[in-house]
Design a protein around this ligand. Sequence first.
Ligand SMILES: Cc1ncc(COP(=O)(O)O)c(C=O)c1O
Length: 369
Amino acid sequence: MLQDHFVLAEGTYLLNHSVGRPLKSSESAFQQAFFAPWQASSREPWGEWLGVIDSFTASLGQLFNSPQRQFCPQVNLSSALTKLVMALPRLTRDGAVVLMSEIDFPSMGFALRKALPHCQLRFIAKHLDVTDPQVWADHLSHDIDLVFISHAYSNTGQQAPIAEVINLARLRGSLSLIDVAQSAGILPIDLAVLQPDFMIGSSVKWLCGGSGAAYLWLHESHIESCEPQDVGWFSHENPFEFDIHDFRYHSSALKFWGGTPSIAPYAIASHSIAYFANLGIEVVRQHNQQQIDKVMEVLGEWLASPSERERRSGTMILQFSGRESEVMAALEQANISVDARSQGIRISPHVYNTEQDITHLLQVVKPYC
Ligand SMILES: Cc1ncc(COP(=O)(O)O)c(C=O)c1O
């Protein structure tokens, strides 16, 4: 039973769009990767610790089907995005244009506006359907330098047609960047097939890998030409050269790494990412969608997120025409963990959610329908 693999407490946890629950085995994996080197030797543990980062990028490579040299650890998506766009002369010039949606995660807009003060941010209006490739086609004019695409939207439960948008961007001469914060671990992503220009993501949600273990991915063709401004000795071709007069970029995506790296978040995340990569994201997706289908069978008329599978993320949104706060109170009383945003109540079932969890949810919510 997969639920035996996770740290679960009393109650029903459906907040995987926010934070995924850790694996039981993460504690010993962390002990092994982070503390064991201290216990085994009187030397400093950098050799073993850098091996943790190697495992992190290797597990990302397995999960997303891409060589590990194209990944660089990052603290969070905002920081990854700032570092990336400031490294692209095409975006830092006067008059550059970035296309994004008003329903992207706000932090992404904040970061872009500050990192690219001379760039025009053009938005797809929030009432337009971001699951529709035609909406993207209508906005992707030839003057767009970069299109920012969230694979899954946290407040609407929508999935963007990333393959179509990436292809269209390529045809129209624009760069493409995918934000996989809400999709990594729940929607299969094959970078070798998709071939976006850039990707940013994290481990904290469906990958159950905790916060602080985000990542930046670059298409191989961009590694050499990117010029990160926020650098440190670990961005150097040889971090241990120590010549203050000679900085040369690392030859891989690690040129975006920076100063002394943190290790602990990546020790937890790499273990968890490897677990899901081995399990197969199709398995996770299948289970998640079956559970959403079960809720839809009973509460379909209250659904505010898409009903077709290919347009859905891993999150379903239910709206009870003004009765949200009553429903939320009842759910809290029943120890069912969900949250509410502008579009309604967000429900995100993971592999550790059982049929009983869904039955329990339906029992609690039905009286309000
Ligand atoms: C689509 C999306 N992008 C990005 C983020 C988070 O960005 P950051 O790691 O900078 O906090 C979230 C967080 O929920 C998100 O849903």
